[in-house]
Design a protein around this ligand. Sequence first.
Ligand code: B12
Length: 339
Amino acid sequence: MSRLDEVFKLVSIGKSKLIAPAVQAALDEGADAVEVLNTMIGAMDEVGEKFKREEIFVPEMLVSAKAMKKGVEVLKPHLASGAAGAAGKVIIGTVAGDLHDIGKNLVAMMIESAGFEVMDLGVDVPAERFVEAYQANPDTKIIALSALLTTTMPSMQAVLDELNSRGLREKYIVMVGGAPVNQSFADQIGADYYTPDAATCAETAKAAFSTIKDTFKETAANKGPIIMATVHGDIHDIVKVVLESYGYKVIDLGKDVPPETVVEAFYKHKPKAIGLSALMTTTVVSMEKTITMLKQINDMCPIFVGGAVLTADFAKEINADYYSKDAMEAVELMNQIID
Ligand code: B12
């Protein structure tokens, strides 16, 4: 049996005394820490499936969870590395009614290693407790919520409702995650970001704030409006957050946006600029079509584009007015072209 198979099995059957040496041995033999972590997550998925099929019960899930935690302890120094605290504060917790904490702990660890100072409120955290923690730490940059049960997803909504009802929803971003959570749920409850795993959560957090050294500006969004739409991918989420932090009102049309929707939004909002994003070579076609349609109805509103597959030259080719390589460049551009 390979080392990774052994790690899988030990988590799966919940051998918490044997898992640490097995994880260490896998690392010593050259396995990558992320590979070992994913092996353990795979084992937990299998445990969950067995639970669903009633082949095992809560006590078995519990011993597997204990084994996974022991294994993660060994991996921690290999996964986490950054200078803690430099990037700002993050409040994290598993929402009310939910006791699952392995994923939340991994997210906390990865965010910490991305340079943030993490305040972990633990599990089964009521909405008011998140609010209190934020009020005690108003320089918080991110509130991160974890839920593993479909029955506790409404507790995420409760946190957002509580923050909204107290007018506390401008100066930080809310990230949500956990196995049953997805992008459409995140959109539905008004969270800023959903990411599927701890690593992408940390990357997103870092990208969203790498360009913002200080806390969010006090001014309410009053410049613009700017329409943002992604023909495919999600890069504009970051551009949006950064633009908003610089006082721009952004009308976010979301993802997979057809050209007609952008045109309708143009008529409705009369924007000062329109930003389009595409991440795949196959979807720049849709971007080109959107630009053609917009140019037919109005040639005055500047269109700026960005996304992994684009270059400044290609932007010119498809008749975009500007190309921004990242969120900060988009802000500089808007500062120049919008009064
Ligand atoms: C271990 C486990 C338990 C343990 C938890 C121990 C602990 N300390 O966490 C115990 C035994 C306590 C438990 C109890 C229960 N569990 Co349970 N549990 C699991 C199991 C097997 C693994 C969860 C886990 O740790 N996965 C590994 C981690 C690393 O993954 P993760 O949590 O998903 O996190 C990753 C991402 O989701 C993401 N992420 C997580 N949080 C966040 C937050 C943010 C902001 C972001 C961006 C990303 C992010 O990043 C993480 C790392 O990449 C899952 C099955 C599964 N596949 O999820 C069932 C599962 C979640 N449990 C389930 C159930 C039903 C229960 C119980 C109701 C059982 C019962 N009858 O009592 C109770 C509920 C207790 C409660 N009130 O919370 C169901 C939920 C079904 C549903 N959809 O609602 C599952 C899916 C099993 C199943 N297939 O039926 N459980």
